[in-house]
Design a protein around this ligand. Structure first.
Ligand code: AMP
Length: 174
C-alpha cells in the first residue's frame, strides 16, 4: 500500500480531545504497526539524505518517538525540546501563543555546537507556533535549521506560513 494512504489509515481522529472543538490526531495505531512506523522513519531519512544532518531535535512528547529512530538512521545525535521545567541543566526558553494562553518550551543551552545542521521532527504541524519556537531555540543555540519533518500537516491552520522559508516536509497533508 502507498505510504501516505497507510499513514492516513493508521492515524485515528479523537473528537473533543483534550478539549471541546479539537480533533486530536492519535498516532498510536501507526506506531503499533511496524511497517507504517518503519516507513515513516525511512521516508524522513530519505528526504534529507544520510550524512547531511548533525542533530535531530525532537519535540516533546510524540516528536521524541519519531525523532529518536530518525537520529539513529541518520547517524545524527538526538536533542530534546521539552516543556518548561523538564530539562535538568541550564536552558534557553521560548514562549509562544496558543489559542488560549501560552506555552513555553526549552532546550539545553549547550545542546548544539555552532553551525551544526539540525532537522526538527514532530508528529503534527498545526498552527506552527511550536515549530517556530523550536526553530528559534535551535538558532539561538547556534544551530542551522535545515528543515522540519512532520508526519501530518493540518494545512487549514496554515502553520507553514509561520515558518518563513524553512523546508517543511510533511508525509501527509490534510
Ligand atoms: P502547533 O504549535 O499549533 O503547530 O501544534 C503542534 C504541536 O501540538 C505538536 O507538538 C502536536 O503534537 C500538537 N498538536 C496540535 N494539534 C494537534 C492535533 N489536532 N492532534 C494531535 N496533536 C496536535
Amino acid at each position: 500500500m502507498d505510504l501516505g494512504k497507510l499513514i492516513q489509515e493508521r492515524i485515528r481522529d479523537i473528537p473533543d480531545y483534550p478539549k471541546p472543538g479539537v480533533m486530536f490526531k492519535d498516532i498510536t495505531p501507526l506506531l503499533a504497526d511496524h511497517v507504517a512506523f518503519a516507513g515513516v522513519v525511512d521516508s524522513i531519512v530519505n528526504h534529507h539524505g544520510r550524512g547531511t544532518i548533525d542533530k535531530i531535535v525532537g519535540i516533546e512528547a510524540r516528536g521524541f518517538i519519531l525523532a529518536a529512530p530518525v537520529a539513529y538512521h541518520f547517524g545524527a545525535g538526538f536533542v530534546p525540546v521539552r516543556k518548561k521545567g523538564k530539562l535538568p541543566a541550564a536552558t534557553r526558553e521560548e514562549t509562544y501563543d496558543l489559542e488560549y494562553g501560552n506555552e513555553t518550551i526549552e532546550i539545553h543551552s549547550d545542546a548544539l555546537e555552532a553551525g551544526e545542521r539540525v532537522l526538527i521532527v514532530d508528529d503534527v504541524l498545526a498552527t506552527g507556533g511550536t515549530a517556530r519556537a523550536a526553530a528559534e531555540l535551535v538558532r539561538r543555540c547556534g544551530g542551522d535549521v535545515v528543515g522540519l519533518s512532520v508526519l501530518l500537516e493540518l494545512s487549514f491552520l496554515h502553520g507553514r506560513d509561520k515558518l518563513g522559508n524553512l523546508d517543511v516536509h510533511s508525509l501527509v497533508t490534510v
